[in-house]
Design a protein around this ligand. Structure first.
Ligand SMILES: Nc1ncnc2c1ncn2[C@@H]1O[C@H](COP(=O)(O)OP(=O)(O)OP(=O)(O)O)[C@@H](O)[C@H]1O
Ligand SMILES: [Mg+2]
Length: 273
C-alpha cells in the first residue's frame, strides 16, 4: 500500500507542462566567501511533496532562499514552473512560490496579525470581501482566527510560526516551501498543520529536522549535506538507511521505528506484509 497521501505527479506526467521546480548546478557562496551550496540538482514534479533533510549548516535554508530570489545563484539555474528565478520574473515567481521562513520574525512586520496575513494578497490586488475571506480562511486553517487583532510581536514563538504559515496560505501559492515548519509547535498544532498540508493540492518542499513528520507528509525525501544532495528517494527507504543517516548526522527520535510494522506504518495505515 502506498504511504499516506501519496500522489503521482499527475500534471507534469500528463500534459507535458514543466515541473514545479528544476534546480541544476546550483552553487552559492555568501558575500564573506563561505560556500554554502556546491552544485545542487533537484527536480520536483507538480503536486509532489518532498522533504529536504540534512544536518545543521548543510545549506537547506540557503537553498530555500534561492527559490523565490532572495538569494541569487552564483552558478546554475533555478526554474519555477519553467520560469527562471531571475530579476524579470521575480514578481511572478513570488506569486507562485510561497516561502515560510525558518524564523517567523522574518515574515511578520505589520501592526496586527490580520494586516500581516492580508499583506501578500493585497499586494497582488486582492481587495474587499475576497481579501477578508482569504485572511479569515488562512487564520482559521492554522487555528489563529481569534488572534487577528493582536500585534504579532505579542504572540508566543509557536503562535508566530502559525501566523507565518497563514501569511503564505493566504497567497494561495502553487508551490509551498516550508523551512522547519514544526519547530516550536506544540504536538496538537503540529498535527493540525499536517492536516492542513495534506489537504492542499499543491507542490510542497519542506525542510525539516522532524523526521517522523517528513515520513508522514512527504513520500520522497532528499538529503542535503555539505552543500550537495547526497540522497534522493522514498522517505521510508532513506530513514531506514542506517549508514546514510549516521554519515549525515540524521537521527530518529527515541523509540521511533520508520520501518514497515513500526508506529509510522500504523499511522499511515500500511501493513507489514
Ligand atoms: N549570511 C551568511 N553569511 C555567511 N555564511 C552563512 C550565512 N548564512 C549561512 N551561512 C553559512 O552557510 C552554511 C549553510 O547555512 P544554512 O543556513 O543554509 O544551513 P541549514 O542547512 O539551513 O542549517 P539549519 O539546520 O541549522 O537551519 C552554514 O555553514 C552557515 O554557517
Ligand atoms: Mg536552516
Amino acid at each position: 500500500m502506498s504511504e499516506r497521501g501519496e500522489r503521482i505527479s499527475k500534471r507534469s506526467a500528463d500534459d507535458g507542462s514543466p515541473p514545479s521546480l528544476e534546480i541544476s548546478g546550483l552553487a552559492y557562496a555568501y558575500p564573506d566567501g563561505h560556500q554554502a551550496l556546491y552544485g545542487v540538482d533537484l527536480t520536483v514534479g507538480r503536486d509532489e511533496r518532498v522533504a529536504v533533510l540534512g544536518p545543521n549548516g548543510a545549506g537547506k535554508t540557503t537553498l530555500v532562499l534561492q527559490l523565490n530570489g532572495v538569494l541569487k545563484p552564483g552558478a546554475g539555474v533555478v526554474r519555477v514552473a519553467g520560469l527562471e528565478v531571475a530579476k524579470p520574473h521575480l514578481q511572478e515567481i513570488r506569486r507562485r512560490v510561497g516561502v515560510v521562513f525558518q524564523d517567523p520574525d522574518d515574515q511578520l512586520f505589520m501592526p496586527t496579525v490580520r494586516d500581516d496575513v492580508a499583506f501578500g494578497p493585497a499586494n497582488l490586488g486582492v481587495r474587499g470581501a475576497e481579501l477578508d475571506a482569504r485572511v479569515a480562511g488562512a487564520l482559521a486553517q492554522v487555528g489563529m482566527a481569534a488572534y487577528a487583532d493582536r500585534p504579532p510581536h505579542h504572540l508566543s514563538f509557536g503562535q508566530r510560526r502559525r501566523v507565518a504559515v497563514a501569511t503564505v496560505l493566504a497567497m494561495q501559492p502553487e508551490i509551498l516551501v516550508l523551512d522547519e515548519p514544526t519547530s516550536n509547535l506544540d504536538p496538537a498544532s503540529r498535527r493540525e498543520l499536517s492536516e492542513v498540508l495534506l489537504d492542499l493540492d499543491i507542490t510542497i518542499l519542506m525542510v525539516t529536522h522532524d523526521l517522523p513528520y517528513a515520513l508522514e507528509l512527504c513520500p520522497r525525501s532528499v538529503v542535503l549535506s555539505g552543500g550537495v544532495i547526497v540522497a534522493d528517494g522514498p522517505t521510508r527507504r532513506i530513514l531506514c538507511d542506517d549508514a546514510l543517516m549516521r554519515a549525515h548526522r540524521l537521527e530518529l527520535p527515541f523509540g521511533f521505528d520508520p520501518g514497515p510494522g513500526g508506529y509510522a506504518s500504523r499511522l499511515t495505515g500500511e501493513r507489514a506484509d
